[in-house]
Design a protein. Structure first.
Length: 608
């Protein structure tokens, strides 16, 4: 989810591009760059690591004078943040400059093909493959070259490209990654999101999948990947910049909740290319796994809840006892960690201070480290022996949603990978798990299609001073995440309990009307869980159940019931968390809180 801006027209390209990138920095902020064709018909490029302000400072001393150019603000996927890995990526002969969002799935094959033809690569990016493909396929006609490149690429991509030999043209290409074009009086702006355009125009043309635009200073032409001419209509956008950056959603949290079907699918595709498990060098070999005696999981907050679910999945598939510990505690208590230990650390930002400290302490004792994180090139990613990326894209809201579900997907993939390598599960089991994982995006979407019920539920609980969350087994871990989500943004004291443990003391806190959220998704525990619902109802509590839809008896004992689609018990946390996220969001909204920026919290906690 990087930011793309390009310009072709009669105005200053640098000004248009930089102002557009400022509006898209939320989409990526580890590096930024710009290429402009100057009056001498040469491509001039400036790139800087860090936030956009570093690039802006550099441009004060190196102004770019031109009317055609492309720019990019990056969220790293291939290669750590650096000037070399930043976009735009230039072709080997320097005649093409490319900016790109998405992932080119066949970039390794294309790279080898180009290397065999004598091409040398400077960066670790898949984007440099695109720029060199433009050089490799170059014809006299810019459009013909772009069509050849488009047909050679596989994956999801939005591309902006300029060519020194065609100084008055800009090519825009879209496949499975957003790209729009703003129409000005004196030119055209391409961008990956609406905010980049709004200072200059409200007239927008949206590219669809498999479409390409040839932009000139006073005209624009559209084609499909076979070269057939398309007719496109201009749409008037009547929306303010802040709202546009949220894609029309009221809050980033809501936007990110609704992005989950897509990011779960992307995370799956990254770990199961063509439906087959292949973590490549992100995981350990069979020989390395055989040398490991103990597996620890550690993280903080929401990431720790994901780590605990991952631990349960690992135990189930490996038939091996694993351990988990909060990172802030593990840092100071590691008596059993040694060179035969694997420590799996989970962090959205890759910069979490407590997790880094625990990881470094374990590494000093000789432990192997595997990181699950969302941020390429983060400290945790750099220092770990192996890294699995979540592929959630930037998560802006402080309350984590899509990062959590993609952490779960990553940990499930890891558990399947370990179990397959150690012959703990059959090939048929692997196929069954992969098939079921790929049903989750549509099941998540099914839950999101019924948001209206959560507004009514929020009205019922918003006045509570305390709320209990109950669950047995893996449902308790989901309950902990639901309770955390509610307390983070509603400021209601939400506490999770193991359902069977409630009667051993905490049941004394039950009183008339106290809301109790009961998670019931495990086949072997449904009857016991129903008994716990009866216990809280007998004390006058209000019981809201979240259960698999085949557990019809739950509805008979609860005041309100939310049914989630059926899936394998091990995967239910991906689904049971959705109603809890929406309930937390609607409750916070009903209380008038700032959903995206809850008090006292930060997105990335880098201190211990």
């Amino acid at each position: 989810m990087c930011g793309i801006v390009g310009y072709c027209g009669l105005e200053n390209a640098e000004e248009r591009i930089i102002q557009g990138l400022e509006k898209l920095e939320y989409r990526g902020y580890d590096s930024a760059g710009i290429s402009v064709i100057n009056s001498n018909k040469e491509i001039k490029t400036v790139k800087r690591v860090g936030k956009l302000k570093a690039l802006k400072e550099a441009l004060k001393d190196i102004p770019l004078d031109g009317k055609v150019g492309v720019g990019h603000t990056r969220w790293a996927t291939h290669g750590v943040p650096s000037n070399v890995n930043s976009h735009p990526q230039l072709s080997q002969n320097g005649k093409f400059a490319v900016v790109h969002n998405g992932i080119i799935e066949n970039f390794l094959d294309l790279k080898k093909k180009l290397q065999n033809q004598g091409y040398q690569f400077k960066s670790d990016t898949d984007t440099e493959v695109i720029s060199n493909l433009f050089e490799f396929y170059q014809e006299d006609d810019f459009l013909a070259t772009a069509l050849k490149v488009s047909r050679a690429l596989e994956g999801a991509y939005a591309i902006g490209v300029i060519c020194q030999d065609h100084p008055d043209q800009l090519i825009a290409i879209r496949h499975e990654s957003p790209l729009i074009i703003g129409v000005e009086d004196n030119g055209y702006i391409i961008a990956s999101d609406i905010p980049a355009l709004l200072n200059y125009t409200r007239e927008v043309i949206s590219l669809k999948n498999g479409e390409l635009a040839l932009v000139e200073k006073d005209s624009i032409h559209f084609y499909d990947f076979e070269g057939h001419t398309l007719k496109k209509e201009t749409e008037h956008i009547d929306i303010d910049i802040e709202a546009a950056s949220k894609d029309g959603y009221d809050h980033f949290m809501l936007k990110e909740i609704y992005e989950q079907p897509d990011v779960i699918k992307k995370s799956l595709d990254n770990k199961f290319p063509h439906g087959k498990l292949n973590l490549m060098d992100q995981s350990f070999s069979k020989e390395e796994l055989l040398s490991i005696e103990t597996i620890y999981f550690t993280a903080c907050g929401t990431a720790y809840h994901a780590a605990e679910v991952g631990m349960r999945a690992m135990e189930k598939l490996l038939h091996k006892k694993c351990q988990s510990e909060i990172a802030s505690e593990l840092k100071y208590y590691q008596p059993f960690i040694d060179e035969k230990t694997l420590l799996i650390v989970v962090s959205q930002s890759g910069e979490t201070g407590d997790t880094l400290a625990a990881m470094r302490e374990a590494k000093e004792k000789g432990a192997k480290i595997l990181a699950v994180t969302n941020v390429v090139g983060s400290s945790i990613a750099r220092e770990a022996d192996k890294v699995i990326y979540c592929n959630a894209g930037p998560e802006i809201s402080v309350a984590s949603t899509k990062a959590y579900t993609t952490q779960l997907i990553s940990l499930y993939a890891l558990a399947i990978d370990f179990a397959q390598k150690l012959n703990c599960i059959s090939d048929q089991d692997v196929e069954k798990y992969i098939k079921e994982l790929y049903t989750l995006p549509s099941k998540v979407q099914e839950l999101l299609d019924h948001r209206e019920k959560y507004k009514d539920l929020a009205e019922k609980i918003k006045g509570a001073k305390s709320i209990f969350y109950l669950g047995r087994g893996i449902d308790y871990l989901s309950a902990k995440e639901g309770a955390l989500k509610l307390k983070e943004i509603s400021y209601i004291n939400a506490v999770a309990f193991q359902s069977g443990e409630l009667k051993h003391g905490s049941i004394a806190l039950l009183e008339d009307g106290l809301p109790v959220v009961c998670i019931i998704s495990q086949e072997n525990l449904v009857d016991k869980s129903i008994s716990n619902v009866k216990e809280v109802k007998a004390r006058g509590a209000y019981a809201l159940a979240i259960a698999q839809k085949n557990f019809k008896n739950v509805q008979e004992v609860s005041d309100d019931t939310i049914f989630i689609p059926e899936t394998l018990d091990i995967f239910t946390p991906v689904l049971s968390v959705l109603p809890q996220q929406l309930l937390a969001y609607e409750t916070s909204l009903a209380l008038g809180n700032d959903v995206d920026k809850p008090r006292n919290l930060a997105k990335s906690v880098t201190v211990e």
